[in-house]
Design a protein around this ligand. Structure first.
Ligand SMILES: C[S@@+](CC[C@H](N)C(=O)[O-])C[C@H]1O[C@@H](n2cnc3c(N)ncnc32)[C@H](O)[C@@H]1O
Length: 154
């Protein structure tokens, strides 16, 4: 099982049959895997040159060039938003990226910040968690041998 399949197995209740957004998707490999069980997947990034070819074969997957701090989606559009191996690249816009992700989440939806990267784990510890504490967000943090999972409730 690939590493992404393990992540998807862990958060399957928020992916299977759901409308999912991957923010700062890069290659969009997470989105390609998620699209196999999700109802619909959208993924956004500032650039498109990293996208993997398989994205073209996924009929329920849409990529759009977009800044995660200023998305064109309406309020309460998605059941689930995921930032996968990406938070280290959003370290200067953490509050904006989280606020915007929560805006597009439906009531009761979840934002996941998930990473296996050391750089991202440092950003989670040094910036994301202090921000969540200061802003009174409802969240949990879990880690296994590979990944750190931050789950934020709307
Ligand atoms: C580590 S990379 C790719 C992560 C991706 N999940 C993957 O596995 O390929 C992080 C990505 O964040 C994107 N990014 C950085 N700032 C962004 C922003 N404000 N809005 C959207 N994407 C952004 C970068 O373009 C880059 O593709």
């Amino acid at each position: 099982m690939s590493q992404i399949s393990k992540v998807l197995e862990k958060i399957k209740e928020d992916i299977a049959g759901k409308k999912v957004l991957e923010a700062a998707c890069g290659r969009a490999e997470f989105s390609v895997y998620a699209s196999k069980t999700a109802q619909e997947v959208y993924c956004v990034d500032l650039v498109d040159f990293r996208l993997i070819e398989e994205i073209k074969e996924c009929k329920n997957l849409t990529f759009e060039l977009m800044d995660v701090t200023d998305m064109k989606y309406g309020e309460q559009t998605f059941d689930t938003v995921v930032m996968y191996n990406a938070i280290g690249h959003l370290d200067t816009v953490i509050s904006e990226a989280i606020t915007e992700s929560k805006r597009v989440l439906k009531a009761g939806g979840r934002l996941y910040i998930i990473s296996s990267f050391k750089m991202d784990k440092n950003v989670i510890e040094d910036k994301v968690i202090p921000y969540l504490q200061e802003s009174g967000e409802k969240y949990t943090v879990e880690a296994d041998k590979t990944y750190t999972y931050v789950q934020i409730e709307k």
